[in-house]
Design a binder for this molecule. Structure first.
Ligand SMILES: Nc1ncnc2c1ncn2[C@@H]1O[C@H](COP(=O)(O)OP(=O)(O)O)[C@@H](O)[C@H]1O
Ligand SMILES: [Mg+2]
Length: 1084
């Protein structure tokens, strides 16, 4: 938007115009009006005026506020005709054409000395630097390119009568850019420095700036080092009459130059060396010579004051004697011969000045090369090039010499190229394109160029010829030659020229010739032409320089190296210059030219003064009028049809957006449609020619408007499309959202309705069900009621019917009867099912009725008791006694003695020996009065060894006895039962037992008895019974596995041990020691 508003308020070439900005638009076109227009504009500080694309610049001689950064911005990227004329517009056009259309450019700046060419070149460079790429690297390149100017100006510029800062060398600078328009570097070419200025300056002029700058700007210290003094008047080479220039501070300029050198990339020691050479040149001027007569009457020179020479030699590291000799002798080498001749004073001075000039000009060339080294592009890629040519302007002095001749020749060539590229080229293009063309007369200066540079009979060729010719050659022989050869040339005049039409012109001095240059007649003094063209430096001097112990000076004089002596003459200054100008011209022709034609408004270097005659003269020789005429007669603008159609096709409906057909037809349709008057354009073969820039401008204007319109249209369509897409998207989103929402809402509503319906339904169903239930319940109750009623009724009926058959309480009786009947049946059945009479038979019939349970159990108990009683009832007394004994045995041993269970089944027989029957025991039997309760053989354990001895054991009701078994009658012991206190035995299945006798009795004398019997249970039971019967006291029975037995006095312990049954089935007794008997019992 910002850009658009800027465009709206833009100025135009035609806006606020003072006079006319473009001379092509001038009406009427006369020389007078032309000058008038320039003057008018100049007076209003409009120093720039166009002729088509050529810029005329008038030197204002004061700084104008039109080169500010704002101005740069204003002109940046703008159409050439869009703003009021400015050098920036041209620079912008050139730069953009270079950047965007890839056309190499050259900026040709022409004009007289002091017309502002150098300033213009700097303005162009600074503008390009301001608008081209940015960035640290680019900025350094720019800075170096710009800073090369002050350095070269200090060494190559000088104050002249025409210009306080006149370039005394030609300069062509190629600025190189990359594909995107960023500067990469540059190359400077320099053309022929006016080196004669080093040793001599015309009145009112100065030597090169650097001498003055060094002397006023250098520190005391530096001056001392350079062996210089601050006083200008001390130096012969510095003319005194205009040592200072008003408005210029040499000292500050010196600082600027040193700073610039640093930026460009000079090392400190390089700068120092350069200044040393400058100092040396100054001092050379102070060397003076005096004549010394010799015998052979040849003048010989000597250095007058050797001090200066010594200092120079110290400064440059030269052997003093070498230099001194070089000033006095000259060695000529010809065909292996070396001839040394002495120099006279004049020759010595000549040699000195030649050295000074050579030194300085070689230093200058070295500087340019050194700068080039710094600023050269660091890439090998293809570069775009913008060349800026600032060559010394056309010069007419009071006395013009070889330098002016050279300078003016160069300007002549430039004019030539201008003519070629603008006037001729323009006309030729019309012819090529078949455009009707009224030929415009213009002066073609090629004849003058030919006069000077023609290889066979040009002035330069003849000068060279003279220089090379053997024999005496002087300037006048050269002039003679000119008079012969060029006499017929219409642009050449001399007093001697035979058929010259100016023969009668006595204003022409004898030693002069005049050339009628395109820019005016110039009278050249022929003096010095030969010398200057020869540019001779005696070899002795160059060799002396080469020998210097100073690297810079040594490198400046490679020709002084004796090893590289070249007997061939070096090319003359003129031919060198001609060659380099030719290269330059060739170079320029390959590029797209942009012209700046500088005009000097007055000769006083003063602002606000516009000298008509002076300007008129320049306008004439610059051919500006012709330039305008060609422009006006022709067409301001041309363009191939394709390009034109492409550019403007949007202005017409038929050609927009595409034209199908020939481009030319398209352009025709287009221009007709735009109603451009037919005289405004012409159709060439391949190009359209537009006569008036205004037409083009208006086309441009319309195009711009149309572009706006198109942009708006595109915007409109795009916006519409965007809005519509957005809308459609929104709409479809909305539909989707709505669908989803509706679905959701419907679903919700449906669920609610459904649940309501279900609730209502359930209520109704419940209500219905309850109603039915009630109904059913009611019916059921009715049925029950009916049944009950029916039962009652039936009962009543039955009772009523049967009452007469029943007595009262019949029910109870029936009941009792039934019960009795059942019981009866029970007993009857029980009787049939009775179990056996054995008390051991535990079977009992099943219970038939629950209510008989207790009875049934009781009956069973009674029956058992009864069978037991019956069983007992069968027993005899004897059997009873046996059972009684068995019972006692059970009481004593059950669960105490392991042997007991095996004894239960054995009936107790008592007398196993049948004492009273067996005759063997008759005697024994007779000894016993009482009835024998028990008799059997037992083992009496011998207390000595534990072995058993068989004894007959007898028990009666009041005693027991032990009798010998062998004899069968010998009684061993008799113990009344009353004296038996206790019996001891083990709990195991052995038959050992001890009978203890009350102490103090007769029986006790023998001690206790330890016996072993298989019938221990029976023996003990019977003992116990007998004891109890006798004494009413129980015999103590001790069952333990360890007990003491009293043998006489000793008590012996009997211990029972279980053993493995393998050791035998019988228990065995062993005496272990005095006090222990061990009985081993096999474990069951
Ligand atoms: N555009 C300008 N604005 C202000 N002063 C200028 C301008 N052009 C030239 N000058 C003045 O004129 C003097 C000479 O200009 P210069 O470019 O050196 O001339 P030329 O190179 O053509 O001999 C400059 O030193 C400067 O003072
Ligand atoms: Mg200049």
């Amino acid at each position: 938007m910002g850009d658009m508003s800027k465009m709206e308020v833009k100025t135009s070439l035609l806006d606020n115009m003072i006079g006319v900005g473009d001379m092509v638009l001038l009406e009427p076109l006369t020389e007078k009006s032309f000058i008038e227009n320039l003057r008018k504009r100049f007076n209003h500080n409009e120093i720039y005026t166009y002729i088509g694309s050529v810029v005329i610049s008038i030197n204002p001689y004061r700084s104008l506020p039109i080169y500010t950064p704002d101005k740069v911005e204003e002109y940046r990227n703008r159409n050439f005709y869009e703003l009021s004329p400015h050098i920036y517009a041209l620079a912008d056009e050139a730069y953009r054409s270079l950047r965007d259309q890839d056309k190499d450019q050259c900026i040709l700046i022409t004009g007289e000395s002091g017309a502002g060419k150098t300033e213009a070149s700097k303005l162009v460079m600074s503008y390009v630097a301001a608008v081209c790429g940015k960035g640290a690297e680019v900025n350094q390149v720019k800075e170096q390119l710009l800073q090369s100017n002050p350095v070269l100006e200090a060494f190559g510029n000088a104050k002249t009568v025409r210009n306080d800062n006149s370039s005394r060398f030609g300069k062509y600078m190629d600025i190189e850019f990359d594909f995107k328009g960023d500067p990469l570097g540059g190359v400077i070419s320099n053309y022929l420095l006016e080196k004669s200025r080093v040793v001599k300056q015309p009145r009112g002029e100065r030597n090169f700036h650097i001498f003055y700058q060094l002397l006023s700007g250098a520190s005391e210290d530096m001056l001392k080092k350079l062996k210089l003094e601050r006083d200008f008047s001390k130096y012969n080479y510095l003319s005194l009459d205009s040592a200072t220039v008003t408005g210029v501070d040499d000292a500050s300029c010196f600082r600027t130059v040193k700073n610039a050198m640093q930026i460009v990339g000079f090392m400190d020691d390089e700068t120092q060396s350069v200044l040393e050479l400058v100092g040396a040149v100054l001092k050379l001027g102070n060397i003076e010579f005096k004549p010394e007569s010799r015998v052979n009457e040849v003048d010989e020179s000597r250095v007058k004051d050797k001090n200066e020479l010594k200092e120079i030699c110290e400064l440059l590291g030269i052997d003093q004697s070498v230099l001194e000799r070089a000033f006095s002798f000259r060695t000529v080498e010809a065909k292996q011969e070396k001839v040394s001749t002495t120099l006279n004073v004049a020759q010595a001075y000549y040699a000195r000045d030649a050295l000074a000039k050579n030194l300085y000009s070689r230093l200058f060339t070295w500087l340019v090369n050194r700068i080039n080294e710094s600023i050269k592009a660091q890439t090998k890629k293809r570069k775009k090039v913008m060349g800026v040519l600032d060559i010394y302007g056309f010069e007419i002095f009071e006395e013009n010499s070889f330098e002016q001749f050279i300078i003016n020749y160069c300007n002549e060539k430039l004019q030539q190229i201008f003519i070629e590229l603008t006037l001729k080229e323009e006309q030729e293009e019309y012819i090529r394109e078949g455009i009707e063309w009224t030929h415009i007369e213009y002066f073609n200066n090629s004849v003058i160029c030919d006069l000077i540079e023609n290889n066979t009979n040009g002035i330069m060729a003849m000068l060279d010829e003279e220089c090379l010719r053997p024999g005496t050659v002087t300037d006048s022989t050269f002039l003679e030659k000119l008079n012969q050869i060029c006499a017929d040339h219409q642009h050449f005049e001399s007093r001697m020229s035979k058929s010259s039409k100016f023969l009668n012109d006595h204003s022409l001095p004898h030693n002069c010739f005049r050339i009628q240059h395109y820019a005016g007649k110039v009278l050249y003094h022929v003096d010095g032409f030969v010398d200057k063209n020869n540019d001779l430096l005696y070899r002795d001097l160059s060799q002396a320089m080469w020998k210097a112990n100073h690297s810079l000076i040594k490198s400046l004089f490679p020709d002084g190296n004796p090893a590289k002596i070249n007997l061939k003459r070096p090319p003359t200054a003129g031919s060198q210059f001609k060659a380099s100008v030719a290269t330059l011209m060739k170079n320029l022709q390959t590029k797209n030219p942009n012209y700046i034609r500088c005009i000097k408004p007055n000769d006083q270097k003063a602002s606000h003064i516009f000298t008509d005659s002076l300007v008129c003269h320049q306008v004439r020789y610059l051919g500006l009028m012709e330039n305008v005429r060609v422009r006006r007669a022709g067409y301001a603008f041309r363009q191939p049809y394709e390009a034109c159609l492409e550019r403007y096709k949007m202005l017409c409906k038929q050609t927009w957006p595409h034209w199908r057909g020939q481009a030319r037809d398209g352009v025709e349709v287009l221009l007709k449609d735009l109603q451009i008057p037919a005289e405004e354009y012409s159709y060439g073969r391949s190009k359209i020619f537009i006569r008036n820039p205004r037409t083009l401008f208006s086309l441009e204007e319309q195009r711009k408007r149309r572009l706006h319109g198109l942009a708006t249209l595109i915007q409109k369509i795009f916006r519409g499309w965007k809005a519509r897409t957005h809308f459609l998207l929104m709409k479809s989103s909305q539909v989707t959202v709505a669908a989803w929402y509706r679905r959701y809402a419907q679903q919700k509503k449906y669920k609610k309705t459904k649940s309501s319906a279900v609730i209502v339904q359930s209520f109704i169903r419940g209500w219905k069900a309850r109603k039915i239930l009630r109904e059913l319940k009611y019916q059921k109750r009715c049925k029950e009621a009916v049944t009950t009623i029916g039962a009652y009724w039936h009962g009543t009926q039955v009772r009523r019917e049967y009452r007469k058959f029943f007595r009262a309480h019949a029910g109870k009786r029936i009941y009792e009867f039934t019960i009795q009947r059942i019981i009866q049946k029970y007993f009857l059945e029980l009787k049939n099912k009775m179990p056996s009479m054995s008390p051991c038979d535990k079977t009992w019939p099943a219970r038939p009725y629950l209510f008989l349970d207790s009875t049934h159990k009781e009956l069973r108990r009674i029956f058992h008791l009864w069978t037991c009683k019956k069983y007992r009832g069968q027993f005899t007394d004897q059997k009873k006694a046996i059972y009684k004994e068995k019972l006692e045995a059970s009481e004593i041993f059950k669960d105490k003695k392991a042997l007991y269970p095996s004894s239960v089944g054995q009936p107790f027989q008592g007398d196993y020996l049948e004492i009273n029957k067996n005759p063997r025991y008759q005697k024994l039997n007779s000894l016993v009065e009482e009835k024998i309760i028990f008799a059997d053989i037992v083992n009496k354990i011998n207390r000595a060894n534990g072995k058993g001895a068989q004894r007959i054991f007898l028990l009666t009701k009041n005693k027991f006895m032990l009798a010998d078994q062998k004899s069968g009658h010998q009684v061993k012991s008799i113990v009344p039962l009353a004296e038996l206190t206790s019996v001891s035995m083990s709990a195991q299945s052995d038959g050992f037992f001890a009978l203890r006798v009350k102490e103090g009795t007769t029986a006790a004398a023998k001690g206790d008895f330890l016996l072993n019997s298989e019938r221990i249970i029976e023996i003990i039971t019977k003992l116990h019974r007998a004891g109890l019967d006798l004494t009413k006291e129980k015999i103590q029975i001790e069952i333990t596995d360890e007990f003491l037995v009293q043998f006489k006095q000793d008590k012996v312990c009997v211990k029972f041990i279980q053993s493995n049954p393998k050791n035998g089935t019988m228990a065995s007794c062993k005496r272990k020691n005095n006090r222990l008997l061990e009985v081993t019992v096999p474990s069951p």
